[in-house]
Design a protein around this ligand. Structure first.
Ligand code: MV4
Length: 449
């Protein structure tokens, strides 16, 4: 096992990783920017190193500073959290060259999944169902139109280097194809330095359902079931559930086993998320994330498996501590993201938390790194914390979530809590009756004048 882990992140996820390390008897090194000198992860870690000034590009993304911090402190592994360098294959390679373990998948697997065309080709080979569309890159407008004819409009032109919603253009008919194709290509080239695009049938009202997997790189892998993350605004998830509320139990098992089996064949190591669109009762692969995700706690709640523990353990060369038959699903969990944002306009609201009273009680988990008097800096994401509720049934989970939302107090900054006070009372949300467009349509429909 590792003796000292450097946590290359901040906020609630740095604390989440730190807690796992403490339970495993591993020493911790926090790194921080100037702005984060009094952050909770810095206070709770065994050691800390300031790695640069406020902008993430000069601190949390500063590879030479991170490698130096490892060498100064003698850390033998790095946990990247999510965001920042968590899906950076070059960082994983540089650490390997310095004999420092990267707590995540191999650089090779990060690279494959980072190229959405390569990811889809791999998924198909591994027997994962994909959205119908082009076989690989589409290079000319003529080929794009042929694909449109073959699969029928509407279609979506996607950037190979995209993901998370960047670099996509819908074509509703052949007349729109030339513009969609050329715009997608040039935007992809400008944004990512890679203009490669591919084309898929556009699914009009899907849900976003993903499968949590963990592998040990030795041919063992398990799935921890599904999560529905359809409630999102501008590709920022705001509410996530495990397991996906509308998928029949046999189909949950089936898609989970397809994913786990694929990860065994790949000899995938670490935590990963296989993302699908779910429409008319069928799953269609879109992308794979090769990192720990913000919403991992809902899967932990329903399986009672510590995803971060397993990540650290397999990175140290151990086999997974669980086999698929050990994974039992119990109850339902929902996470809401409490952001320091205006609950109507979603404008960031940095500043000092003057009063803080987190919720508690049975079936409630709070993952947060803030405290009363903490000043939320304006340089990073606006996540204050995650409120996660669990219940034996979805109804019990919703009841606990509702009373926890009502208990939670954050003063001094605007937060998204008032949004959740509205959402938890919405019939469609209570019924689990929503798709990826529901929240944006709801916000447009209910906008105060
Ligand atoms: C799609 C799609 C419809 N049809 N692909 C957006 C982010 C990226 N991960 C993939 N995305 C989509 N791909 C096909 N063939 C609709 C979306 C999409 C979306 C997906 C998941 C969650 C929120 C979304 C919001 C808008 C569009």
């Amino acid at each position: 096992m590792f003796s000292k882990v450097l946590i290359a992140n901040r906020g609630e996820i740095a604390l989440r990783v730190l807690r796992a390390c403490k339970e495993m008897g591993i020493e911790t090194v926090a790194v921080h920017s100037t702005a984060d000198a009094d952050a909770m992860h810095v206070r709770l870690a065994d050691e800390s190193v300031c790695i640069g000034p406020n902008p993430a590009s000069e601190s949390y993304l500063n590879i030479p500073a991170l490698v130096t911090a490892c060498e100064i402190t003698g850390a033998d592994a790095v946990h990247p959290g999510y965001g920042f360098l968590s899906e950076n294959a070059r960082f994983a390679r540089i650490l390997a060259e310095h004999k420092i373990a990267f707590i995540g998948p191999s650089a090779h697997h990060i690279e494959i999944m980072g190229d959405k065309i390569e990811a889809k080709r791999t998924a198909l080979e591994l027997g994962i169902p994909c959205v119908p569309g082009s076989e690989g890159e589409v290079e000319t407008v003529e080929d794009a139109k042929a694909i449109g004819k073959e699969f029928g409009y509407p279609v979506l032109v996607k950037a190979a280097a995209g993901g998370g919603g960047r670099g996509m253009k819908v074509a509703s008919s052949e007349a729109e194809m030339e513009t969609a194709f050329k715009t997608a290509r040039s935007e992809a080239k400008a944004a990512f330095g890679d203009g490669s695009v591919y084309i898929e049938k556009y699914l009009v009202k899907p849900r976003h359902i993903e499968v949590q997997v963990i592998g040990d790189g030795q041919g063992n892998a398990v799935h921890l079931g599904t999560r529905d993350c359809s409630l999102q605004r501008r590709h920022q998830k705001v509410w996530e559930e495990a397991v996906a509320p509308t998928v029949p139990m046999e189909q949950q098992q089936e898609i989970g086993e397809i994913c786990a089996s694929a990860m065994r064949k790949l000899k995938y190591s670490g935590a990963g998320t296989i993302e699908f669109l779910y429409e008319d009762g069928a799953f269609y692969f879109i992308e794979m994330n090769t990192r720990l995700q913000v919403e991992h706690p809902v899967s932990e709640f329903v399986t009672d498996i510590d995803v971060v523990y397993e990540q650290i353990s397999v990175a140290a060369g151990n086999k997974l501590s669980i086999k698929q038959s050990d994974v039992e699903f119990a109850g339902h969990a929902i996470e809401v993201r409490i952001n320091a944002e205006d609950p109507v306009t979603f404008t960031p609201s940095p500043g000092t938390i003057t009063f803080y009273h987190p919720a508690g009680g049975v079936g409630v988990r709070i993952d947060s790194a803030v405290y009363q008097g903490y000043r939320i800096p304006p340089y990073y994401d606006s996540l204050i914390g995650k409120l996660i509720a669990h219940g034996r049934t979805r109804e019990e989970c919703l009841q606990r979530l509702k009373r926890a939302i009502d208990e939670f107090v954050v003063d001094g900054v605007k937060t998204t809590l008032p949004l959740f006070q509205r959402l938890i009372r919405e019939p469609d949300v209570i019924a689990g009756n929503y798709d990826i467009h529901w929240l944006e349509q709801y916000l447009a429909r209910t906008k105060p004048v």
